[in-house]
Design a protein around this ligand. Structure first.
Ligand code: SF4
Ligand code: SF4
Length: 108
């Protein structure tokens, strides 16, 4: 019995957030005609990382599948957290620049 991720095409909006989670095996691809994603049976490792990423609960492993939790959490951490951290650093640097400009304009 196959245990690859399954997409609920009634819920999928084609946002491709799950493809980020699947950045190691690249098992997910967007069907542009349908605007939903599809899973390659040959490439899916059944890790479950895509399931954690989808905001619409549109992709999941079947209930009988046992996800590889260690692999899932490693992939999820690598694909999600660094992006958040970069945004936070960018915002911080931008705020610092704005403060410097304001301080400079006040000193004249
Ligand atoms: S994250 Fe969810 S809604 Fe977005 S493309 Fe993937 S399955 Fe579809
Ligand atoms: S279960 Fe893992 S390997 Fe399979 S489609 Fe989802 S993220 Fe990719």
């Amino acid at each position: 019995m196959t245990s690859i991720a399954i997409v609920n095409h009634e819920r999928c909006v084609g946002c491709e957030l799950c493809t980020r989670a699947c950045g190691v095996t690249h098992a997910i691809s967007l069907n542009l005609d349908k605007n939903w994603v599809e899973i390659s049976e040959d490439l899916c490792w059944s890790c479950g990382a895509c399931e954690k990423m989808c905001p619409f609960s549109a992709i999941a492993l079947p209930f009988w599948a046992e996800p590889n939790k260690e692999l899932r959490d490693t992939i999820y951490a690598q694909t999600r957290k660094p992006k958040k951290a970069r945004v936070a650093v960018q915002n911080f640097e931008q705020e610092e620049d704005e403060e410097d400009v304001m301080a400079g304009s006040r000193s004249h």
